[in-house]
Design a protein around this ligand. Sequence first.
Ligand code: DC
Length: 264
Amino acid sequence: MSSIITVDGPVASGKGTVARQVAEALGFHLLDSGAIYRAHALACLSRKINFNEIKILEEQAQALSLKFIGETIWLDGADATAEVRSEAIGLAASTLSAIPEVRAALLQRQRDFAVAPGLVADGRDMGTIVFPNASLKIYLTATAHVRAERRARQIAKQHVAYKAAQRLAAGETMSAKQLIDKGKSPTIMSLLETIRAHVPDEVEDTLRRDVEAMIRRRDSQDKSRAIAPLKPALDAIVIDNAEHSPSETVNVVLSLWKLRSAAL
Ligand code: DC
């Protein structure tokens, strides 16, 4: 199948968001390959498999019972989305994904996503190893500092939204009452905006520093491993998106695809 777009890049480079929006715009399937490695890591940790037991780690990769339904990730028949997306599981996935037997066991599962009308695949080695013949290869990047700021903001938002939902459920949210008084619906998003103003800067700063340290560690593991290291394919278009919003990057990718697909 020729309609494959690969989007590779390091942690928090925006590849997940960009890949999802490009897939939606084109009506293509989406492969979040990181989620497969993460689900494998979670399955191994839940079963308390030792990270030195290569044969068992490989068997677990082959036997992985995993399904993506919309944004939900089902592992062993249960909704594992939140755990799979956690930073701790990301780091464990980074460690386990350096094992050649694990990568080999998960390769065909990823290639099976390439079905009509097309696929947008996001990961670390989509353009180099999994889909070397993809028609368009993108490599997204930004400095670790910028990526840490983005990820810290995302985590803070999730935390604030969670707290807002808890307060709303307990009926003790002032801002909800104020919104109702104003005749507005107290959606989580509007609550978020109100409560967001009260997250102290120091909390975000500490979070950003922690996240940056984690990002640097994961970048270094992913780039230095012997097999399928994170790097742009020779024919990839490298986009530094530090100064761009996700929608600007999406538009650039869609324009590139228009040019490329006209020539197919
Ligand atoms: O993209 P992510 O953060 O969800 O990926 C989690 C880890 O999985 C990443 O640090 C390395 C590994 N991974 C990989 O080795 N190859 C891929 N194609 C995708 C992810």
